[in-house]
Write a protein that binds this ligand. Sequence first.
Ligand SMILES: NC(=O)C1=CN([C@@H]2O[C@H](COP(=O)(O)OP(=O)(O)OC[C@H]3O[C@@H](n4cnc5c(N)ncnc54)[C@H](OP(=O)(O)O)[C@@H]3O)[C@@H](O)[C@H]2O)C=CC1
Ligand SMILES: CC(=O)N[C@@H](CCC(=O)OP(=O)(O)O)C(=O)O
Length: 343
Amino acid sequence: MIQICNLTRTQKQRWVRCLSCPILSTNSNKSLVSKSYLLQIIKHQIPRTPIKKMSTASFTSNFFGTGCFWKDESRISTVKKQNEGKVFVKCVVNTKTQKTEKAVRIGVLGASGYTGSEIVRLLACHPHFGITLMSTDRKAGQSIGSVFPHLVTQDLPDMVAIKDANFSDVDAVFCCLPHGTTQEIIKALPRSLKIVDLSADFRLRDISEYEEWYGQAHRAPDLQKEVVYGLTEVLREEIKSARLVANPGCYPTSIQLPLVPLIKANLIEYRNIIIDAKSGVSGAGRGAKEANLYTEIAEGIYSYGITRHRHVPEIEQGLSDAANSKITVSFTPHLMPMIRGMQ
Ligand SMILES: NC(=O)C1=CN([C@@H]2O[C@H](COP(=O)(O)OP(=O)(O)OC[C@H]3O[C@@H](n4cnc5c(N)ncnc54)[C@H](OP(=O)(O)O)[C@@H]3O)[C@@H](O)[C@H]2O)C=CC1
Ligand SMILES: CC(=O)N[C@@H](CCC(=O)OP(=O)(O)O)C(=O)O
């Protein structure tokens, strides 16, 4: 058990997320996490600056900023309890969280990006999933820990280029690649694989709509026919048996989850639905873009894509399915000066 004090709620949430291990339970100031990760955290700090002497600011920057945890676990026997000072960490090792066999072998394509690294974080310590393959475009040969320090303690294979990927020990793939590149890549994957595609490339049933909103020809129209739209709350049974799942976009998810039940229950008027949405900057991916520089996005809320955002047809597709009639919406997305909205 890790107990963190004198940090704000947001700092605690971020710290818990940085742990990249199974969170067994969490409340306002306690989180159960796996033994091995806990050892890295303690070992990294104890020999240098005792946690009890650290200010909240240095604790925060050490854990949030560098994310630099060691692999050697040999010093655990020296660790007792630190419970004085402004910030303290109380440790009770929970051995029940140790992993056993991994039933499903996972490949993560685009592991060096934001969505890919989140998938890795969620699955690396999962009791049933083991990551056997990770791909990257520019960082082939590097470890995931070298591009995402908070994942350094995970025992994972180095990343490879997709052209060098070996899918023989992979059962399922999470495809976390930019839209526009994904159709060709998924088309070339072995048919035996189950695939969850996080990009927008297979979300729109109507291929002409894809071409209109994404500005390029659909490169796998045959595959499109077998796709299941991955909004679990709406299509749970279909998703269970699907081979290729198109994961919904961030805005369409946040919009459909509240509106679909209201529409199905006939509780709202379908005409004149106005959606004002806010998102964090990580939604734009990890690649450098001028529009996402700190100087561009800080200290303000910016609307963008007004009337022409590519999520409009996806939102309308989902809401129209729920209503059994054509629904159109007025959708205005905004960029907030924060990393992410969803925790
Ligand atoms: N960010 C978000 O909140 C969400 C994003 N999405 C969607 O998920 C997909 C991935 O987004 P995100 O993780 O943010 O993107 P990032 O830009 O953060 O990551 C893209 C990943 O794809 C790799 N890559 C880039 N180009 C190619 C290529 N031509 N061939 C093979 N690999 C390539 C990159 O490798 P390298 O690091 O070497 O460049 C990186 O691993 C996108 O389609 C996005 O629209 C979906 C839901 C949420
Ligand atoms: C800030 C920002 O640029 N956000 C992205 C949406 C992010 C997202 O998750 O949507 P996809 O899954 O379709 O990528 C955008 O507006 O295009």
